[in-house]
Each structure stands twice: as C-alpha cells, then as structure tokens.
Write a protein that binds this ligand. Sequence first.
Ligand code: G3H
Ligand code: 13P
Ligand code: ZN
Length: 331
Amino acid sequence: MAVSYKDLGLVNTKELFKKATEGKYAIPAFNFNNMEQMQAIVQACVETKSPVILQVSGGARKYANQTLLRYMAQGAVEYAKELGYNIPIVLHLDHGDTFELCQSCIEYGFSSVMIDGSHHSYEENVALTRKVVEYAHKYDVSVEGELGVLAGIEDDVVAEHHTYTQPEEVQDFVSKTGVDSLAISIGTSHGANKFKPDQCTRNAEGILIPPPLRFDILEEIEKKIPGFPIVLHGSSSVPQQYVKTINDNGGNLKDSIGIPEEELRRAAKSAVCKINIDSDGRLAMTASIRENFILHPEWFDPRQYLGPAREELKKLYAHKTVNVLGSAGKA
Ligand code: G3H
Ligand code: 13P
Ligand code: ZN
C-alpha cells in the first residue's frame, strides 16, 4: 500500500527552495481539493514554467480521499508532461497537526509535510516537530515547522491576535528539530478577512490599505538563520473584483481585506521561498460560478459553470507566478 513519492514522479522541496532563495523568488503553494483546481494549477504552472507545491490540508484530504489524492498527484505529473513541460511538482501536507497524520501522508506519497506545532508550548512544538523530522527524513521527505501563531482560523483553532515569531527562538528551533523550512508569523493570517477596516487607512481612491507586514521581524529572523528557507502562510491578496462579483451576484462577504501584492513581491525577494495561497482561489472560483448562475439560470450541467471557473482560477494562478512570486520561468 505504501508508496514513495519518487515513484509518483514528485519531488521534495530541497532543490526548489535552494534555487528560490538564491534566485530571490518564491515557490507557489496552492491548496486544492478537487480536479478542476488541480487542473488549473497545473495548466497555469506549465504555461508559465513555474515549479509548484500542490498543497492539501487535513480537511482537504478527508474531503478528496487519501487514495484518490495519491493518483491525482501522479496524474498531475503526467498531465504536466502531456501539456508540454515537465515542471517540478511537490505534494505537501498543509498544517499537519499530529505525527500520525504526517506519517500517513508520507505513506500515501506526499513528498513534503508541515507539522504545525505552533499552538503548543515551545518545548512541545520542538518535540513533536523533531519526531516528524526523524521519520520523514528516513524517506527523503521535507518537513516544514511553524513558530508564532497567525491571527484568524487555522484548522478549527481560532487565534484573536497574532503571536509574532520571536527571532530569538528560530535558531534554537531549527537546530533542535532539523526542519527543512520554517513558517513564521509577521502579520499575515488565514482566510478572506485578514484585517478589520478600523485597522486600515484609506488611500486617495478610498481603497482600504492594511497595516504593513512586520518586515523588521523577518529581517531579524534572516540574520539569525541566514539563507534558511522561510514560509509565509495566509498570503492571499483578496482581489476586490472577486469580492464585488460575489456580492453583486447574491453573495455576502464583508470586510474582505488581503495582503497587498506589493508586500508579497517584497517578501518573495527575501528568504521567503514558499508563499501559501488558498483563499484567492476560493474567491475566484466562487465569483465565476455565482456570476454564471445569475447569467445562465438554465444551466445545470456542472461542466458549464466549472469550466469557466477553472479558466478564471488558471488566470489567477498564472498572475501569481508571473507578477507576484517571480517563480515563472524557473521550472
Ligand atoms: O491554512 C488553511 C488552508 O487555507 C486550508 O484550509 O483547512 O479549510 O482546507 P482548510
Ligand atoms: P490564505 O487563506 O491567505 O489563502 O492562506 C492559505 C494558507 O496559508 C494555507 O496554509
Ligand atoms: Zn496556512
């Protein structure tokens, strides 16, 4: 039953992160749950010749099924080749919360796992992360750890405020655990409501501008662990045209504010070499489907509305690799 990711044609993150750090860009980590999202990610990354991390949360794994995911990932590799370019593809567990989940994902062909011990005490986080690293490295699987807590909702854990990563801890954490990359908290958060309007200022056009990310903390971290791969979660920009389309077509999204793309461009040029994007894909897909449901009330074949939604997703992902992360052309 157990399968190595290598037999599926996948790669771990080692080489990708090395090149991204040296080349001053970031690898996209796009979450997916279903076939259309996977197709859009692969199409966009093949067209823009970008390496990619296909990212699956514990919830997504339950939704899609572990066995199907293994074949979908293998299918993604073959699909990319069929589309004309053999891009490096990583299959990564997002926010793994237990050793057992990480172990199971590795047995089912994942090439990278995140063990998110950030809600535990420092000592417990170190011990859990170390245990996952010891197991994963036997199979040449990469491990991402996390220090600091992002505000917002993370796998049913709700944090009211950020607990920023403490630069004094990173060197100790990295050396004690042996992780391959480190997710940090510098002001991003999960979901489509990253900031409250009263935290923001308005520019001349009346657009809400959120408070800047804590690049000072990132710089301190870089000084403590030079060249070490850093990961940024909660990095959706929440494009306002999607929010408007959703709300113009019966939706009800309020106070949806994301991370300005300019800040992500800046982060991608630093030690940040993996940028996680999920919510923007959810918004693109929902906007397209809602609009088409209103425009074409007679449609009932899922291909009629999932096809355009997939096209919109592909445009979004291509935009990210070319204009935000700088990973286009690096495959
Ligand atoms: O960080 C969380 C990701 O956006 C995955 O979300 O647990 O709802 O699949 P999910
Ligand atoms: P967003 O909700 O900003 O897309 O973040 C996704 C993420 O961090 C997945 O781990
Ligand atoms: Zn995350």
